[in-house]
Every structure is written in C-alpha cells, then in structure tokens.
Design a protein around this ligand. Structure first.
Ligand code: PLP
Ligand code: COI
Length: 335
C-alpha cells in the first residue's frame, strides 16, 4: 500500500482467505484455508442465544528483510484456551491453532503491510450446537476460525492524546469473566462507551466499579512517572493483556520499578497530577491519555499531551516488534 492510499479503519478490511476447523463428536477436524465468505450456521446455534464465544487478537509484522514474524502468539493461544475453558467450549488444540495461523499468513503473505502497518490475527471460537433449550448445557460442537486484517492505528489520529471517562459505577463483565476474551464483555462496555463518546467526546471508558481501577473497554491501563510504573495486579476482573506483560518486562529492563497492586480512583487522580497514564493492548499498543474525565470535569494529564515515558516505552516495544531492536525475550517467531 503506498502512502497516498488512505488506510482502512482498524479491522474493517480482511485478507482474501481465512482458516477454519470444526469440533464434532469430540474431536477437531483438519483445518482448511479458504476464501473469506459467509458461513452457514443454524439459527438455533448455541452462540447466537447463549453467547458461547471467545476470540483473540495479536499481530504479525513484516520486517525490513521481508520476513514475517508473529508477536507472542503462544501467549495468545494459551489465553484463548483459557477463555474456552471458562466458557465450557471445546479447547482449540494449541499446535493446530498455531499451524492455522502460520498457514493463513503464508497464504496471504502479499497482504501483510510494511511498518507502520501489521497483520492483525483474529482467532474466533463459537459454539455451534443447534439447541435453543441448552441455556445450561454447553455446546458440544464448535467452529474455529482465524481471520486476518491489515491494520494501522486503532485510535484514529495515531499518537493523539486520548480522552478517557472514569466510570465508577458500571462493570464491563461478570466478576469471574473479566479475564476471558468473550463478546459479552464488549457488549457490556458498548453502552457506557457510546454515552461517553456522545457526552464528552471521549475515546474510551475506564471501568472503576466501586472506585477500583480495572481497565478500559478494549485495553489495559497503566500509570507512569519518573522511574515507576503502577498497574492493577492480575485477578479475574480484567483481561491479562499480553502487551501489558511485554511493557512491564520492557519497563523493568529499562530500570523502571514496576508495581502491580489494586489502586483506586483517588490514588490515580493524585498520580496524574505529575505523572502519565496510558492504555496498553495489541490494538492500542501504548496510547497516551491526555485527559481523564471525572464526574463531568476534565482532568488534564501530562499537560494534555502524550507523556515522554509513554512515548519511550511505546517506541521500545514497537522497535522489538518490527525487528529494529534485539528480541531478548524470544517474543517473535518466524512464519
Ligand atoms: N483489555 C481488553 C478488554 C482488551 O480487549 C484488550 C485487547 O486485546 C486488552 C485488554 C489488551 O490485551 P492484549 O495486550 O493481550 O492485546
Ligand atoms: C485487541 O487489542 O486485540 C483488541 O481486542 C481490541 C479490540 C479491537 C477489541
């Protein structure tokens, strides 16, 4: 794609092919790579009624030498298996799913963008058993897809500082499902996020039920200041981001003290008086917060700009992903 071509919105364009496998009679079928096309599904399919679905999102990068590498695919596959377990769906076989991803990437090699673009991989698992009575019975059958999409920035405007509404009432998931990447969590975030967009021109909502800071609708949340990083410690209330884990590792490697523990809105507001805040995720990468909106009032963060520590950590992560800095932790895997 030349620089003159407008970049499609994140995820709005798929590659020509997808990979598909089915789970029937207690086993996974061989997978197929075939053209992206509508799928056949019974209107009684479990997923359509009882939301038996989970997905993943990770990237592959085209390096300057033309090679293509996935970033921490093993962690995303592990998380997908964990999501499937929590939803009582058949677990994808890790080796087969990795093979589906690599085979799909090879089949659409010419559609993988050069930096600053990437190929976004979206494995999707759905319960397909046709039985509208199965509200309390898991789906015996399932379908597994891998979709791929050439992507650039998730937040339109690239490095534009974000406006984030603090929501200290709503939750984005059932308490035991926050760590599961399932569609229902995104459905729960949709209403509050649209309301925040309309009322405050906000980009995202930071969910802080009961005042406890958790995460936003589509990314984890970190606080930064000279030599320190604070983020919520892992529990079942939020998604255990692979980007979060990578950034924490890069921060430690850079001599930053990483603190993982619960914290509340009052402490966050205190922190941003002279600190930075950012969203981390595969799509968001590390996106700086310029404004927190608290009970209707704007609180300026980092002078309303993307802070220097945010920029530095983001640059270090992206350099590893693109093969411009050494991959010390073995996060990249050739396709
Ligand atoms: N939290 C939510 C709700 C997300 O949708 C995402 C994106 O995947 C993340 C956090 C970040 O996770 P990761 O860094 O693994 O992409
Ligand atoms: C991701 O970062 O992979 C996400 O899942 C965000 C989103 C597009 C839902």
């Amino acid at each position: 794609m030349t620089t003159a071509t407008p970049r499609p919105a994140f995820g709005s364009v798929l590659t020509r092919q997808m990979a598909v496998a089915a789970y029937r009679a207690g086993r996974w079928s061989d997978f197929e790579v075939k053209p992206v096309a509508p799928i056949e599904l019974s209107p009684a399919a479990h997923v359509l009624h009882y939301a038996s679905t989970c997905f993943e999102g990770f990237k592959a990068f085209r390096h300057a030498d033309g090679s293509i590498r996935t970033f921490r695919m093993d962690r995303h596959i592990q998380r997908m298996r964990q999501s499937a377990r929590h939803l009582v769906l058949p677990e994808p076989d890790a080796a087969q799913l990795a093979d589906m991803v690599r085979t799909l990437i090879r089949a659409c090699r010419d559609e993988v963008p050069e930096a600053p673009g990437a190929l976004y991989l979206r494995p999707l698992l759905i319960g397909t058993t046709a039985n509208i009575g199965a509200a309390a019975t898991p789906s015996a059958d399932a379908a597994l897809f891998v979709l791929a999409s050439p992507v650039w920035d998730y937040f339109a405007g690239g490095m534009k500082p974000l406006r984030i509404v603090i929501d200290d009432v709503n939750t984005r998931s059932a308490a035991h499902l926050g760590m599961v990447k399932t569609g229902g969590n995104y459905a729960a975030a949709m209403g509050p996020t649209l309301a925040a967009r309309q009322k405050y021109r906000a980009d995202q909502v930071l969910f802080c039920p009961g005042g406890e800071v958790q995460e936003t609708g589509a990314a984890n949340f970190v606080l930064l200041r000279e030599g320190r990083l604070l983020t919520r410690s892992l529990d079942s209330s939020f998604l255990h981001g692979v980007t979060r884990d990578s950034l924490l590792t890069i921060a430690r490697d850079s001599g930053i003290e990483v603190v993982e523990r619960p914290f509340d809105v009052a402490e966050m507001l205190e922190w941003v008086r002279d600190g930075e805040a950012a969203l981390s995720g595969t799509a968001a990468v590390l996106a700086g917060v310029g404004t927190l909106i608290h009970h209707g009032a704007d609180v300026t963060v980092a002078g309303g700009d993307v802070g220097p520590i945010t920029r530095d950590l983001r640059a270090k992560l992206v350099a590893i992903q693109r093969g411009e800095a050494p991959d010390r932790h073995g996060w990249l895997e050739p396709v």
